[in-house]
Write a protein that binds this ligand. Sequence first.
Ligand SMILES: [Zn+2]
Length: 353
Amino acid sequence: MIFSLLLPLLLAPQTDYELLREILRATEPLEAPRGERLPLYLWTAQSLGTRDEAALESLVRELDARGMAALGSWKPDDPESLEEALRLARLQKRLGLPISVNATAATYGFFDGSERTAHVDNEGRPLFDGSFPTERKMGCPFAIDHRIPVIRDRIRSAVEAYRKESLAIHFLYADWEVDGPLEWNGAWESSRKCQRCRRRIPNIESFDAFQAAIRGKRAELQKRMLAEPVLDVFPDALVGNYAVYPHDGTRYWYDYFEQERVEKYRKWYPEFEETGFTFAMPVVYPWYRGYKCTGFRWTRRFAGSRPRSRSSTSSCRELPRLRRLGPRPEAGSESRAACVREEPSTPRRALRR
Ligand SMILES: [Zn+2]
């Protein structure tokens, strides 16, 4: 009995290398060349888990045959990571493949926990916002400009290493999320208690004014720490950050670190246009509790499940607290928001990344 429970675990991939091999086993080479289209960037393919040159080349070739790319990761706390990323870039150049980079680790964090980065309350005391599910001490969006050169120089020095070897970066992304200015959770309340924020946002009692100021600042940080240092050297590179994309002024999704509010669609700020980013990273999420709603058939398809028939486009009946929202999607369409909670928000479990 115990063995039967353990067997799937024993058979499951244990290392990044084994996981990638498993992905390669479970997928097939493209039937037609990828051409100019971008490859798939898999979260899993950010560490190839081998330093063996022959194994590395084999992995990269097999991923490419399936339309997938390998990413080099920059980690400021791990000096060897840049050399690993460069090794991959040299290989990608030799094979004629796009050089791709994950710069996430290098972008954290603007909020370094120092008192200097805190809000300032009416009595002049430092104030941090503890409403986000992170150990990072979220502070004042207008007290972190001194962190820009720190982060920017990390990116710049890594880019310079690529430039020295004529390794032109084609694609670079970051997953910079719970850090820097954010308007959700208790951020508005904290800023209203802060002398500095009130000075910087005279109309702070208006959430729209608060959001515009916060997102404008966030866009500026992303431009100066990430877009500029890459594009100054490699102007043709695709540079972007998670969840930053052109949109119609509304946002339909809640991120894992956001407390839900009453509204399901929210006013959204045109952040992308101010960042200087050269590619967009839209989010295809249900509302938070909808993660379990299999009405999002594309999720099931990605997970390898068989497509659902029109008569069962939503599985909301499996979740009694969910009800359908809006018209039933057309057969074969990719419904992006099929379910909504009926009950008021309740505190949810803090999630960490
Ligand atoms: Zn403040």
